[in-house]
Design a protein around this ligand. Structure first.
Ligand code: DX5
Ligand code: ZN
Length: 236
């Protein structure tokens, strides 16, 4: 598992998106774009025209998180526009398999997100259709919320499901991810970390990304040591 950091533009200055994106270019793996429709979630942010414009101004791949109703209608358009990852919500999708397949056939990675109260197990049979599972660590809709520790057991269960399934499926966490919480997300098995406030409200966003990555790397190593010890008791 390689740690990847996806700074969320939700915490950036929307009037200066290209400049904000540039502050983390070279250190961030992705730029996370929160698309909210005021319907699936009680907040309205940005949509396809802004994503298309942003793609003209940044070389960092876009990780589009669609918190919208009717993802069947819109998800393929984000992929076709050039977003390299498009994530839909399980709670909003009426035809998730078809939509995930359409995202992939448009050339993007396909992600499936679950809210804090949505279990991951009902989606176990869909793992062959996804490139990434997103476990929300806050209720979606707003940045700057407190991390929900109650979701961590689900992160661990999702990692087990992925391991049992095999293949290269990433496990993303989103919401309240900071220096204080990223380590335990990594220890639970997450490998892609979205952080909005912790990056774009920091005085030095690039340094914040590096610091988050170092803490996540340490958490990943701790997890590997724990697993090794569990597999070979007594051998450190
Ligand atoms: C919340 C969004 C998050 C949000 C995270 O619905 O999906 O991506 O931007 O922001 P922070 O890191 O501030 O919780
Ligand atoms: Zn998000």
């Amino acid at each position: 598992m390689t740690v990847q950091i996806s700074p969320s533009l939700l915490a950036a200055d929307f009037a200066r998106l290209a400049d904000e994106a540039a502050t983390v270019a070279g250190v961030a793996d992705w730029l996370h774009v929160d698309v909210m429709d005021g319907h699936f979630v009680p907040n309205l942010t940005i949509g396809l025209p802004v994503v298309s414009a942003l793609l003209q101004h940044t070389g960092v791949p876009l990780d589009c998180h669609l918190m919208i109703s009717d993802p069947e209608r819109w998800a393929p358009e984000y992929a076709a526009a050039g977003a390299q990852n498009v994530t839909i919500h399980a709670e909003a999708a009426t035809a998730p398999v078809r939509t995930l397949r359409t995202i992939r056939s448009a050339g993007a990675r396909a992600g499936l997100a679950v809210n804090p109260a949505t279990q991951i197990e009902p989606y176990a049979d869909l793992l062959s259709e996804v490139d990434m599972i997103l476990v929300m660590t806050v209720e979606p809709g707003f940045g700057g919320q407190h991390f929900l520790d109650l979701v961590l057991p689900k992160v661990a269960r999702a990692r087990e499901l992925i391991a049992r399934h095999g293949g290269e499926i990433w496990l993303q966490v989103d919401g309240g991810v900071t220096q204080d919480t990223i380590g335990r997300c990594a220890e639970a098995g997450a490998d892609v970390f979205v952080a909005g406030t912790a990056v774009f409200r920091a005085s030095d966003p690039a340094a914040a990304v590096k610091h988050l990555r170092a803490t996540a790397d340490a958490g990943t190593q701790a997890r590997q040591v724990q697993q090794g010890q569990a597999r070979w008791p007594g051998i450190v």
